[in-house]
Write a new protein. Structure first.
Length: 208
């Protein structure tokens, strides 16, 4: 299946409602548009519920959580030279992965904190850097970890990159160690690819 390949079918008003997560690509729906469509489908199901239904409060709370997970609409930024919008940064790609996970983690029966970031990069002053190093921050540690065992793996680590950035020697060494220690570790250059990797790891689809 295309995109994030996360599809759910539920019966409502005698027909099937399909919710689909499409990849973030030019000409396709953005993450915000996809989550908005997801929310609209959930609202259609919720509209047919009666307030006396015991599940009414639970469904309403779910709608509120889905609404909170939708990122704010961003204005298109245009480069002054070629007129093309700038590529998403590594930060933006990683944020998109986390926002997607916040919206769908319950579908996998997992808490939101099962996928978490390892803040190993970024600019820091010398004192903060020295303190973090003393506390155990390691060069080469990857950006994200999904702390769930699946198949032969104890967990999934993902390093996010953007543009022409490549893994450092320390990150490659870290990846080699993790793959040899019973984990799955990989590098992805977009939120779309990282989400497909997570879905594949969770056993729903094959990554492509």
């Amino acid at each position: 299946m295309a995109g994030y390949a996360a599809h759910r079918e539920r019966a409502a008003a005698g027909k099937v409602v399909r919710v689909s997560y499409a990849p973030i690509r030019r000409g396709r729906k953005t993450l915000r548009e996809t989550l908005t469509d997801n929310l609209a489908s959930e609202r259609a199901l919720f509209a047919g519920m009666d307030e006396s239904d015991p599940k009414y409060a639970v469904a309403k709370a779910r709608l509120d959580r889905l609404a909170e997970a939708i990122p704010p609409k961003r204005h298109r930024v245009v480069r002054p030279v070629d007129g093309k919008p700038p590529r998403a940064s590594e930060h933006q790609e990683q944020v998109a992965v986390i926002q997607w996970w916040n919206a769908v983690h319950r579908q996998h029966g997992l808490p939101y904190f099962a996928l978490f970031a390892i803040p190993n990069g970024g600019a820091r002053d010398m004192i903060t850097g020295a303190n973090l190093k003393a506390e155990g921050v390691r060069r080469g540690a990857l950006d994200l970890m999904l702390s769930v065992a699946r198949g032969k793996y104890h967990g999934l680590f993902i390093e996010m990159k953007a543009g022409s950035n490549k893994p450092t020697d320390e990150q490659l060494e870290f990846i080699e160690h993790l793959n040899g220690a019973g984990y799955k570790a990989c590098v992805h250059w977009s939120a779309d690819a990282a989400i497909r990797e997570i879905e594949a790891y969770m056993g729903h689809h094959d990554a492509s």
